[in-house]
Every structure is written in C-alpha cells, then in structure tokens.
Design a protein around this ligand. Sequence first.
Ligand SMILES: [Zn+2]
Length: 410
Amino acid sequence: MTNLSCRACGKTNLKSLIDVGMTPLSNAMVPFARADEGEVSYPLHAFTCQDCFLVQLGEFQTPQAIFAEDYVYFSSFSTSWLEHAKRYAVDQTARFDLGPDAHISEVASNDGYLLRWFADAGQKVTGIEPADGCAEAARKVGVHTEQQFFGRKTARAVAASRGKADLMAANNVLAHVPDLDDFTGGFAEMLKPEGVVTFEFPHLLNMMRYNQFDTIYHEHFSYLALRPVMEVLAKNGLRVFDVQEWPTHGGSLRVFACHEGASHDEHSGVAEVLAAEEEYSLYDITTYETFGERVRGIKDGLLSFLIEARRKGETVAAYGAAAKGSTLLNYCGVGTEYVSYVVDRNPNKQNRFMPGIRIPTYGVEHMQADNPDHILILPWNLRDEIMAQLRHEGLTGDFVTAIPELTIVK
Ligand SMILES: [Zn+2]
C-alpha cells in the first residue's frame, strides 16, 4: 500500500503500524479570535521498516511548516525537565572533565533550558535552534544561538565560526528530523576528535510495551530504538560507546557517541539495552502486529469512562495541552461534549482551542475555580508531579490517565 522509502536505510519495505487518521498538527492550537477559520489536516500514519526496524511516519509535510512561528513549546515551562537538564550539565561536566575552556553545543536548543547551566558555569555555549521565539528566549538567558536547522551544511558553518565542540547534545530532536542521515552527519562535522555527542529520545521499546501511541504526532517523524540509531550513526563514522535509560517522556534512552577512532571505552549499557530490545522481539515484525488492536482498546476504555461520567452528570476537564493530548483526543473523537476544557500553565497555550477537536484551553485558575469531578491528565509522563501540584492547590477530583490503560486515582 506504500511506495515510501525508509528514513534511515532507504529501503521500501514498510509495513503499516497504526493509522491515526487525518489530524491537524498537534501543536497548531487555534487562538479564540480565529475560531471561524478552518484547519489543515494531514494523514497521521506510522509504519515499521521491515529491514532496519525504524518506526516512522510517511511523508506528508515539510518541517518548516511544523516549526513555524506559532510553535508554542518552551522547554523551561516544565520544572522536572529543567531539573533533568541541570543534572545533565553537572554529570557531563564531571564525567568528561569539561573545564572552563570547553565548548558545549546543543542542537534544537529551544529556549536555552540546557545550555544556560553551562553558560552559568562560564563555558562557551552555542545553541542551534530554528524557531524564532525559542531562539530569542535563549539569547535572553545568555545562550548564544544560531537560528538554523541542523545538518552537515550548518555544522560546517558553525564549526568555522564558533569552533568545534567538546560536547554536543541533541535531546528529543532525533525523532523530529526528516533526514536522519544528513542530521547525524552534522555531528561528525562539528565534534572535536575526542568530542562526545549525546542523543536523548523516547525508547520505542516503551512505546510498544506501554501502548504510548499518543507520542505519534506529525512533529515526530521517527520512533527510535538503539539498533537503528547505531546503524545510522555508524554510516556517518560515529560509534556508540554508552547508553543510559532515563524515566523521562515515559522511558528514554541517552546514547553517547564519539568519532569511530576516539578513545572512549564501550560501556555495558550498550549490550544491555540491545539485549532488552531483543528480548522483547523488537526486531521481529510480528511484535508490531498487535499494537493497533491494543490502541483500539485504549480508545474503548477512555470513551466508556467519559460516556459513563456524562450519564452520571459528572464533570470532566483535562490538564496539559500537550501534543500527545491532541493525538489522543483526536483519535478518540473526544470534544467538549465529554471534556469541557483543558488547562495549561504555559500562557502561550491558553485562550486557544486544541487543534481538531476544538476544546478550549485556559490557565490553571479556571480549573481551580471549577473543581471538576474528574481531571484527565494528558501528559501522563508527568502524572505524579501534576497530581501533587493540583492536590496542593485544592483540587479534589479524581485523576484519570488513558495510557498504558485507563487508570483512575481517587
Ligand atoms: Zn529501514
């Protein structure tokens, strides 16, 4: 049914994993003032490559439109993510003995949430970030930012103007890259001979194991496991020497790579993660065949709960206008008849509609005043942090999450 070619290996042996249907871009929230305007929808259909097992979306759209000026995700609005970034800076500075002369660069540096910690320590930092609003916010916290998409060409230019890097970070960006080969090739251009690059990405193993289908949205072109990442890095002369598992985003990998000839020893994490992937049969296509059915079960569970709540006259509102919430609600066809509104702490996500299903979004004070019977937490990966905060703020309703299965916490 497809003549698509794989974003990693180039072969055309792709098999449908899940077809979410036609949905608008998940971050394309609609301001109230534009309520009478239409929205553009794109097919959201994920495939598994039967050769290299990269899970990926079919071609549909250019990244320029995805990272347009309305892009409203700022990393620094999540407290736990800021803490994770700070810890990264402390850990890598110690592990790789990064002194005051070190040059640290981050690709997709967002609002400077990570590099600011290195800049505060007096180290030279170079952020590379295409989105206007993010680049501007980063400069305000003292992070030198080149406003570019990353690839070999940008890497050569930045290496020439700013110098090569001792440490490069690419957190939660690999999945957003349409051309994995050109992107990873950029790190080979920009790293010093003994330099280290770290990539962080949600692990496909967890998406499969815990039914995290709502991490599938148009901004995520690929869903990554260790083996295909090692293959695309190796094609570009980069060698993976360590892997760590982190709980962020529902279970992520942090992969450490260097030039093939660099002296970094291989750590046991590489073999351990590859073994876990093998054990789950991640490189066997039959593993992917039941995913669609399990996802339909999630839709059944959420809809049953919402229908019952409505019959009983109970109120339901949602927390966190995250991209994954957009996939979940659009896939399940849930509008304001079931979920009255969504609240978010990020002012850029307030007084808008969630794309597609058009549920209005407000600040958290709206929920505090209303105190609904049930609170559907859309960013389930931050559930514990959100529950504690909302309880502390006096909300008394149940907390509901839909993934990996419907769960209600009283
Ligand atoms: Zn492939």
